[in-house]
Structure formats: structure tokens, C-alpha cells
Design a binder for this molecule. Structure first.
Ligand code: HGY
Ligand code: MN
Ligand code: MN
Length: 399
């Protein structure tokens, strides 16, 4: 297992931040460096390498039959304040599993495809899970290329600038039947329940919205309170009203993670405030209710002009019983304690469930922390997750 931990550490060194976290924003040089490192590991394992038009990276280990293949992987891009495990674990562990198979000399019945999807996080270019959305034909290449970051750079420009990031390959000649992803839980459940493995039964839905409040700037000292169109005041009222929704809709999680004032000066009334709303719910109807209530609140009459646009949306999903039972029996056979659970975070597996029978394996996150330099799982937990991944892969691929 030391090779696995070495590879994980090597990947974490690409984009390492002074605080020990990691930043490999999608389609940056560091993202490409991380993907190139994984491609090298796949090459060393003797796999056939393919890169598609958006930069999704695949490594193919041919099976002995033409039965539908098993795909296994995750992502290597991170949020700006990312940790060492989110995404990277699932890709590095998948490489380790196929390397182990190669070394054993046993050929799996089904072809195995290791996948590293681009732009799962969606924090630089939206929507998130973009690489798996493209792979599952839910976003066109044209729309993906046109996505802009906050500096106005498009994905198309970034791919033109970085030769070799994108390719021309497809997987059209392969029939793929399953997708399996090992990931850190990023939440507190496994640790608080003292379980080693999460057998993930599904993923809650996600809805991202950007709200813009337009008012009028003026002098903070001379402008009477009753003669203002203060975007700061109105956006604050809207944010407070939105933050009441989780009390109204059980199990709703609502986060206002980004707020930008303009001109953002101490003695000037704000004329523009832009903020984001991240809503999550495991039930599709309740997510729709939450979105309807958000729209109601944003349509309250105010002295400012309020508009909003959807940034991303992913339906809640239930995973394949076949994959869930492969994970459960692999964990049971290895003697790990496990719990069936729903994922709070979005993942490529929930996108790929639309085209493949999919499932996930979780390992604990210390303190339930993720998207942070504090993100941590022990070597024993990494090893346990990888063993379960290997066991489930053997079951699915007939290895
Ligand atoms: O936002 C999410 O749940 C994922 O980390 N992209
Ligand atoms: Mn992730
Ligand atoms: Mn993440």
C-alpha cells in the first residue's frame, strides 16, 4: 500500500499550498500537471491511454470478454482551498487497483477503464461535474468551451493555451456498464458512527444560483436613509430570508458561500451585490419546493432591481443495487464495519448513474472536514477504502 500513499503524496505536492492544502483549479497548468502525473502512472501500469475533447483522461485494461466494461475513477481538480484527498483518492486508488491486477497476471473478464474526469468542482468554470456531464452527453463541447471564469477566460482558451490537455479520443468503441468511485465522505457521519466504510446508496440533489441586486451608489454621509437604493441593505434582507428556508424545509442545506459588493468601499453605498446560493436536498420534490420558495423571496418588491440565474443543477440519484451489493459484500468479506448512507456532496458518480450502473465507497474524513487544508484520512482508512474498491472491482469485472 506504500505505493498508493506515495502516489497520493506525489499528487498532493502538485498545487500544494503553504497551509498544506492543495489548489489545482480546473484547466490550470497545475490541473494539467496533476493529470499528466496520473497519465504517467497509467502508462507505467501498461494501460492504453485516451484523452477526450474536454480533457477527460482514461486508462484501459482489456478484459478477456466483450462483456460491458467497468469504469472506476474520480477527479483530480480541487477547489481553491482544497485538501489532499477529495477526488485524488479515487483516481490514485483506481490506478493502484488496476496496477495490482496487472501485476497478478490475472486478466479480468470485463475490460476496466480508469477515469479521471475534468472540472468536477466547478468553482472556476461552472457547472460542476462538467467532465462527467460531457461524457454522459448532458453538456455539449461547445457549451463547455464557452464557460467563462471570473477573469473572463474561457475553457476553450485554456485548452488552446495548454497543448495536450485535451485530446481527440472517445470511448465510443467500448460498451461500458458500470461506474465505481472511491471518495472521502467529506462529512461527519462515518466518524460519529465509528464505521470504517460508507456504502453509498445515492447522492442528494444540488442547485446553484447566482443572485444580482442592483441599486444606486452614493455618498454614505450625505444620503438620507429614506432616499437610498442600497444594494447592500436589500441583498442582506434577501440573504436573511433565504437563510430561513432550512427551518421551513426539513433536510434542506442552504449555503451562501460567495458575496461580492461593488464598489466595496467603506463610505460608498453599494450599487451592486452579487451572491451565490447553494441548495442541496435528497428528495427531488423538496428541492423543487426550495427553488420555488427561493424565487418567491427573490421576487419580493424592493427599491433595487433583483435578478437571478441558475449556475448548476443535479438531480438526487439512487445508485445501482448491483454496485451497492458489490461494495457491501467486498466490505463485509474484508471485515470492515460499514453503514449505508446518502452522499451530502455532489460527485461524478451521480452524473454517470444516468448512463452506467454506478456506486460509491466512502472512507471517513477527520472531523468531517473537507474543501480545506484540514481535510484528512489516515493511511489505514485510505488502505481500507482501496481494498474495498479492489474487492468490488473484482466482483464487477470478474477478476
Ligand atoms: O459541490 C460539491 O458537492 C462537489 O464537491 N463538487
Ligand atoms: Mn470530490
Ligand atoms: Mn469537492
Amino acid at each position: 500500500m506504500s505505493r498508493l500513499l506515495e502516489h497520493l503524496a506525489e499528487l498532493a505536492s502538485i498545487g500544494e499550498r503553504p497551509d498544506g492544502g492543495v489548489c489545482r483549479l480546473a484547466f490550470t497548468d497545475l490541473d494539467l500537471a496533476g493529470r499528466s502525473m496520473v497519465a504517467g502512472q497509467l502508462q507505467n501500469a501498461g494501460l492504453e491511454i485516451r484523452v477526450d475533447a474536454i480533457g477527460n483522461l482514461f486508462g484501459i485494461l482489456r478484459g478477456s470478454t466483450s462483456l460491458p466494461a467497468v469504469m472506476v475513477g474520480s477527479h483530480t481538480d480541487t477547489v481553491g482551498t482544497g485538501g489532499r484527498f477529495d477526488g485524488a483518492l479515487g483516481v490514485v486508488a483506481a490506478v493502484e487497483c488496476v496496477t495490482k491486477m496487472q501485476e497478478s497476471g490475472r486478466i479480468p473478464e470485463r475490460t476496466i477503464v480508469v477515469a479521471s474526469f475534468v472540472n468536477e468542482e466547478g468553482v472556476r468554470f461552472m457547472p460542476d461535474m462538467m467532465g462527467s456531464l460531457y461524457h454522459s452527453h448532458q453538456i455539449t463541447l461547445r457549451d463547455a468551451m464557452a464557460a467563462l471564469d471570473s477573469a473572463g477566460t474561457s475553457i476553450g482558451q485554456e485548452l488552446d493555451r495548454q497543448v495536450g490537455f485535451a485530446g481527440t479520443d472517445t470511448l465510443d468503441d467500448l460498451e461500458i456498464g458500470f461506474f465505481l468511485e472511491l471518495h472521502i465522505e467529506q462529512g461527519p457521519i462515518l466518524e460519529s458512527e465509528n464505521r470504517q466504510i460508507g456504502v453509498v446508496a445515492g447522492v442528494q440533489g444540488l442547485s446553484w444560483t447566482e443572485v444580482e441586486v442592483l441599486g444606486s451608489s452614493n455618498h454614505a454621509g450625505t444620503t438620507p436613509m429614506d432616499r437610498r437604493r442600497d444594494a447592500g441593505l436589500v441583498s442582506g434582507d434577501l440573504m436573511s430570508a433565504l437563510r430561513q428556508l432550512p427551518a421551513e424545509i426539513e433536510n434542506l442545506r442552504l449555503t451562501i458561500g460567495s458575496v461580492t459588493y461593488h464598489p466595496n468601499l467603506v463610505n460608498v453605498i453599494a450599487n451592486r451585490v452579487t451572491f451565490t446560493v447553494d441548495m442541496r436536498h435528497p428528495d427531488p420534490d423538496r428541492l423543487l419546493t426550495a427553488e420555488a420558495r427561493m424565487t418567491e423571496i427573490l421576487n419580493y418588491p424592493t427599491v433595487c432591481d433583483v435578478s437571478h440565474k441558475r449556475l448548476a443543477r443535479t438531480q438526487p440519484c439512487h445508485f445501482s443495487d448491483t454496485v451497492i451489493s458489490a461494495v457491501q459484500s467486498a466490505s463485509d468479506e474484508l471485515g470492515y464495519s460499514s453503514i449505508k448512507m446518502i452522499s451530502g456532496a455532489g460527485h461524478d458518480a451521480q452524473i454517470l448513474q444516468s448512463i452506467y450502473q454506478s456506486g460509491m465507497i466512502f472512507i471517513p474524513s477527520r472531523g468531517g472536514i473537507s474543501h480545506s487544508a484540514e481535510e484528512f484520512s489516515t493511511p489505514e482508512q485510505v488502505e481500507a477504502g482501496t481494498r474495498v474498491l479492489f474487492g468490488a472491482l473484482q466482483r464487477l469485472a470478474g477478476a
